[in-house]
Write a new protein. Structure first.
Length: 168
């Protein structure tokens, strides 16, 4: 891939693959095909985890584990993965509680006409973060894709070197 950043392509490919797999995991859980799952947050596998682990494993394989670029990719990847299963997941759980509370207000306001309550048109989005297993699933997908991409690039370089060396 001349003039293209294979690390970025690898990371975005992992994100796309993980988002596509959400359709299959949703079908497996519910029995229904839902193509909108490809454009949602949360769920199995974590596309954020797939993207950052693909980038980190590609950089580590390409540049070496002791390189600064590897350190940056790994540290930021761990932060993203921790955030996905921590803060974002808890935000989704809080949204679920708020939505349940609003449902309670709706039923209570029916019993008390003097209570003026205006219900929101849309509920808060509840599926924001990931369970640890979803983060792990995305991480494994990204790890594999990153290693495959780096291996492919190494093979490509070897083939190009052989073409340049004249054989007598």
């Amino acid at each position: 891939m001349k003039r293209m950043n294979r690390g970025i392509i690898t990371a975005f490919s992992a994100i796309g693959l993980a988002q596509g797999l959400k359709i299959l995991t949703h079908k497996n859980l519910t029995g229904e095909w839902d193509w909108r799952q490809a454009f949602t947050t949360g769920g199995m596998p974590s596309s954020h985890s797939a993207g950052v682990s693909a980038l980190a494993s590609y950089v580590a394989s390409h540049r070496g584990a002791r390189h600064t670029e590897t350190a940056l990719a790994v540290v930021f990847g761990v932060i993203v993965m921790y955030d996905a299963q921590g803060i974002r997941r808890h935000t989704g759980e809080i949204a679920q509680l708020v939505n349940d509370l609003e449902d309670s207000f709706v039923s209570i306001s029916a019993d008390f006409p003097s209570l003026e309550y205006v219900q929101r048109e849309e509920e808060l989005k509840e599926l924001l973060g990931h369970q640890p297993i979803e983060v792990l699933g995305g991480g494994l997908i990204g790890l594999l894709l990153g290693l495959v991409s780096a291996s492919y690039e190494k093979d490509e370089r070897r083939r190009n070197r052989r073409r340049r060396i004249p054989v007598h």
